[in-house]
Design a binder for this molecule. Structure first.
Ligand code: UN1
Length: 504
């Protein structure tokens, strides 16, 4: 099974209007982050022409797709669910090789993608609007949803299976068609997902795939045939997409961008639980989730005990081959990410951090050929507008422990960043929990849990630089549809609301 998967993606192709195109003459390579010599495949450098062709194919497919019964569309997701169950191990294996996440995490991600597919299948038979009352007894009024049309789905490498499904699932269920551009770091798993959509019986043109880098994303965003852009990635790219879209009258942009998420450990926290939540939040996926905690705010009375236990446990974390399920985490995605994270480690020192665990490049046996980094942990004191490393996103195993004296100060520190995605509070006190719930700026909040690990039937998104108010996953149905009011008169004469007369 695994051998087939590896073979089936070794030649990358675009998928447009139901046709696999290529192989292309200009390609880029996908290599394993755990071993630069291990090539996963060669993928076409998509161009503006490819993007425009894919938009045209999606537009052609849209009318017939939206006219299908919503339940029939949902049933194709049941086919897809069966296929994903059959392929779970192979998908997890390919993902581990291509994006470097450990196999246990990759398996959980395939399951997360499956959950979205199952959610969509179930939602097909659920209400798609509301029945509303009218001033006139003979009138029936409804809110009904309609699809916008064509969605461009631009996704990151760190969740290369679940995040595209968060976006494609609700979009297609509601009758939109789509062009999917996977990250250039994970084209193989992206292509495999589209192969599964084809096998599940989705009609030609409903899901199109264009590989490539920024040029393709830009062409999709500039194409007025795209009604909705669904994007997860960096703030800079998200802002650029919003700027390009601003002049289009018929354009919705749903962005999920960066974060500087945090765990807040209160004075009354259970120590073991707090340490587990802190480590999972900061170092699962090597700190490369959008929701990863770059900061743990710790009450000063618990600080020393907490820091000691966290650092001791962090030293024991196993980092290595993503295919070895005994490892806690694997490499970071690419050499550029290594350089960026190391620059932030250096910056923390320049900014006067007290280093508690000196992390950095791992170059020993089993690590030298890949992008392996060990955790870097430091104590830093908050000052408004102060140290950059406790306010800016690093996206790697780089963690600041920040002491606080009062709940008010903790909120002030938590909110002193331009981001607002995810937050966890560790406390046994329901009053503190409620205070942080109401005063912190975030999209996903947790109590006595890590600040990662959301489930698909919840909305996923943030505030400030983290998101523009259109969450992903189940919350996306709002962004990929528009609401219509539909009113039917059952009387034989015309009766108007607001007492308007009908005399001619
Ligand atoms: C991401 O952070 O990029 O909440 C997505 C989580 C996962 C999804 C993360 N369910 O940690």
């Amino acid at each position: 099974m695994t051998a087939n998967i590896e073979k089936s993606v070794s030649t990358g192709r675009h998928f447009i209007g139901g046709h696999w195109l290529g192989p292309a003459s200009r390609t880029f390579a996908s290599a394993s982050p755990a071993n630069a010599k291990e090539q996963i495949g060669a993928f076409p450098h998509g161009t503006k022409e490819d993007a425009d062709q894919a938009v045209a194919a999606a537009r052609v497919a849209f009318p017939a797709w939206r006219r299908q019964s919503r339940i029939r569309r949902a049933e194709l997701f049941d086919n897809l669910a069966q296929i994903v169950k059959r392929e779970t191990d192979a998908l997890a294996h390919l993902m581990a090789r291509e994006c470097g996440k450990v196999i246990t995490e990759c398996r959980a991600e395939v399951v997360e993608g499956l959950h979205m597919i199952q959610y969509v299948f179930g939602t097909g038979r659920m209400p798609m609007g509301d029945v509303l009352s009218s001033e006139i007894p003979e009138k029936d009024a409804f809110m009904r949803r309609k699809p916008w049309g064509v969605a461009a789905v631009i996704t990151p490498w760190n969740f290369p299976f679940a995040v595209p499904l968060w976006m494609l699932g609700p979009s297609l269920l509601e009758g939109n068609t789509a062009i999917y551009k996977p990250s250039e770091d994970t084209p193989a798993i992206g292509q495999r997902l589209v192969e599964l959509f084809e096998e599940a019986g989705f009609p030609p043109g409903v899901v199109n795939l264009v590989h490539g880098e920024g040029e393709v994303g830009e062409a999709l965003v500039k194409n007025p045939g795209v009604n909705v852009v669904l994007f997860t990635g960096s703030y800079d790219v998200g802002r650029h997409i919003q700027e390009l879209s601003a002049s289009m009258y018929d354009r919705i942009v749903a962005c999920e961008m960066g974060s500087k998420s945090a765990v807040i450990v209160c004075e009354d926290a259970r120590l073991d639980l707090a340490v587990t939540c802190g480590l999972i939040s900061a170092f699962k996926t090597s700190g490369q989730r959008c929701v990863s905690a770059g900061r743990i705010l710790v009450h000063e009375k618990l600080f020393d005990k907490f820091a000691e236990k966290l650092v001791q446990t962090a030293k024991r974390i196993r980092i290595g081959n993503p295919l070895d399920s005994a490892n806690f985490t694997g490499p970071v995605i690419n050499p550029g990410a290594v350089e960026k994270i190391l620059r932030y480690n250096d910056l923390a020192k320049k900014e006067g951090a007290n280093i508690l665990l000196e992390g950095g490049r791992m170059s020993g046996d089993g690590h030298a050929a890949g992008n392996f980094l060990s955790p870097f942990i430091y104590r830093q004191t908050h000052k408004t507008g102060g140290p950059r490393t406790i306010r800016e996103e690093v996206f790697g195993p780089h963690l600041a422990l920040i002491p606080f004296k009062s709940n008010e100060e903790a909120v002030q520190i938590y909110n002193d960043t331009e981001y607002g995605l995810s937050m966890a509070v560790i406390t046994e006190d329901f009053r503190k929990m409620r205070y942080f719930r109401d005063e912190c700026e975030y999209g996903m909040g947790y109590v006595n849990l890590p600040c990662i690990g959301a489930e698909v039937h919840l909305p996923f998104g943030g505030v400030k630089k983290s998101g523009n108010g259109h969450p992903s996953a189940a919350g996306l149905i709002e962004a990929v549809t528009h609401k219509t009011a539909w009113t039917v008169n059952h009387a034989e004469e015309v009766k108007m609301a607001q007492g308007l007369t009908t005399q001619l």
